[in-house]
Design a protein around this ligand. Structure first.
Ligand code: SAM
Length: 320
């Protein structure tokens, strides 16, 4: 889109994950090869190159970013890259309670946690892990430390958690939580989960039948694709990320770096540029910035995803 400002870098810092969410991974065959992880120095060089290109916001994601042994150091150094004024992290929350204090000391101000259910046994069914209580402790730790905003991501799946949207939304009544309901995206290998998609209109109708009309919510820091609303009288907000019912391609402001070290203008466009070879050959930040320019040109020419397929890579590697 001419004039579109692209200033948000999503950095998948590892392809490894300690959960196997049914909408994200199709099984071990979809797992990225072991070692699909760039060293911290390379990630930092990429962030500095992005900053040269005017990027201001970085999100660390994965895979599960908190599995990296050096995640606290990474946060420390990325938070201090001149020009980057907003650093965020998306996590499944399993290791968050343990790491949140060190992450906050290192400079992390806000966090997104995935939470699809309030029921531990369902959590196991959806994610393959018996870790619900750890995730909940992680969310509580983030709130207790004053990380702000604390956003929760809920992928709504018919027959699995669509009966919980009201209970999940209720969390925002007395806590400063920002819950976003996500329309599940189709990727290579997740067609069964994608067939469970529940559209935003349906989720919203369920909420309004229970709580009354949603009130417009103030935009929450992050400039992402969610639109925010409030349950009447709530401290937090509810939002909707609606790649199908309200596509946001035309104002997408992000580039991605995959765990394998490729630069991607779009989740669903298979076009990507390898950064690993230039990095191995000692590319400077200026050299990398040149590659960013090429990716930005591709993004400018790209108009929406014809088919949401992830372009041949699983979500865990793309960095959701
Ligand atoms: N492991 C971290 C986590 O669980 O938040 C970060 C990576 S995960 C890929 C990032 C986000 O992508 C999560 O909130 C997850 O719910 C979302 N996600 C994964 N697969 C998705 C899909 N098929 N459709 C929509 N969202 C998806």
């Amino acid at each position: 889109m001419p004039g579109r400002a692209v200033y948000y870098l999503r950095l998948s810092v590892t392809g490894r994950c300690n959960l196997r969410c049914i909408y994200c991974r199709s099984g071990d065959d979809a797992a990225p090869p072991a070692g699909a992880e760039l060293p911290a120095e390379d990630l930092l060089k990429i962030v500095r190159a992005a900053a040269l290109m005017g990027f201001r916001k970085v999100r660390l994601t994965g895979g599960e970013p908190l599995l990296r042994a050096d995640i606290v150091d990474l946060v420390h150094f990325v938070a201090r890259v001149p020009g980057i004024d907003d650093l965020a992290l998306t996590t499944n929350g399993v290791r968050l309670a343990r790491l949140a204090p060190a992450l906050a000391r290192a400079g992390l101000r806000r966090v997104n946690v995935s939470l699809d259910t309030l029921r531990p046994e369902r959590f196991r069914r959806i994610t393959g892990g018996d870790r619900w209580h750890e995730v909940w402790e992680g969310i509580e730790a983030a709130l207790a430390l004053g990380l702000n905003p604390v956003k929760l991501n809920t992928v709504v799946l018919r027959g699995l958690n669509d009966d919980e949207v009201r209970d999940l939304a209720r969390l925002t009544l007395d806590r400063p939580l920002h819950l976003r309901f996500i329309e599940v995206m189709g990727f290579k290998g997740n067609s069964r989960a994608a067939a469970r998609r529940v559209g935003t209109a349906e989720v919203r109708a369920l909420l309004e039948a229970e709580f009354g009309p949603l009130e417009p919510g103030k935009p929450v820091a992050g400039c992402g694709p969610a639109r925010y609303w409030k349950l009447p009288g709530a401290r937090g907000t509810v939002g909707f990320i609606s790649p199908y019912s309200a596509p946001f391609c035309d104002w997408c402001n992000r580039l991605r770096v995959t765990a394998a070290g490729t630069l991607r203008p779009c989740l669903h466009d298979p076009w990507e540029l390898d950064l690993t070879l230039p990095l191995a050959r000692g590319a400077t930040e200026r050299d990398l910035a040149g590659l960013f320019e090429r990716a930005l040109a591709r993004k400018a020419a790209h108009r929406g995803a014809a088919a949401a397929t992830g372009g041949g890579r699983p979500m865990a590697e793309l960095g959701g």
